[in-house]
Design a protein around this ligand. Structure first.
Ligand code: HEM
Length: 137
């Protein structure tokens, strides 16, 4: 059972309180029995029923205990067809390189500002030197 592969279209059919699947990180979870027990309430789960709930789940910053519960609800893996929506958030392992890239981008921007500032300063300095040299000549 746990090894079945379903497409987005298959999952989308399970979007009612009596039959509730969600996709989180490309794994499919059957929340039907859990929906009444969810500490965050049934509403939020019903909102993402039959859909990709990765972003909603990660935004809340669920505990390790919540992730263990999740494992028990697993019923299969998502079979992604061409044209299906992409995962909304990168997988946890992929987060830090993206964050690094962002800070690298800022670093390059800062270097560019410093370089341009330096060039302007140097230009003004040489210009003044030339002016002084012209005056004293
Ligand atoms: C099947 C997937 C899910 C499981 C197994 C699950 C499990 C849990 C658990 C165990 C908690 C208690 C706090 C913790 O341990 O982190 C919790 C809290 C919460 N969950 Fe979920 N959750 C799921 C999906 C979602 C989704 C899709 C949302 C959408 C926004 C959500 C929103 C919340 C909120 C807002 C809380 C905080 C409740 C509070 O502290 O008052 N959960 N969840």
């Amino acid at each position: 059972m746990a090894s079945q592969q379903l497409t987005y279209q298959d999952v989308a059919e399970h979007n009612t309180k009596k039959d509730l699947y969600v996709v989180i990180h490309d794994q499919i979870y059957d929340c039907t029995k859990f929906v009444d027990e969810h500490p965050g309430g049934e509403e939020v789960l019903l909102d993402v029923g039959g859909q990709d709930a990765t972003e909603a789940f990660e935004d809340v910053g669920h505990s390790d205990e919540a992730r263990e519960t999740l494992e028990q609800l697993k019923v299969g893996t998502l079979k992604r067809n061409p044209g299906d929506p992409k995962p909304k958030t990168p997988l946890p392992g992929a987060v830090s390189p993206a964050a690094n890239n962002e800070s690298a981008g800022l670093g390059v921007g800062l270097y560019a500002i410093l370089l341009i500032g330096g060039l302007i300063g140097y230009g003004a300095y040489t210009y003044l030197q030339q002016q002084q040299a012209a005056q004293s000549a």
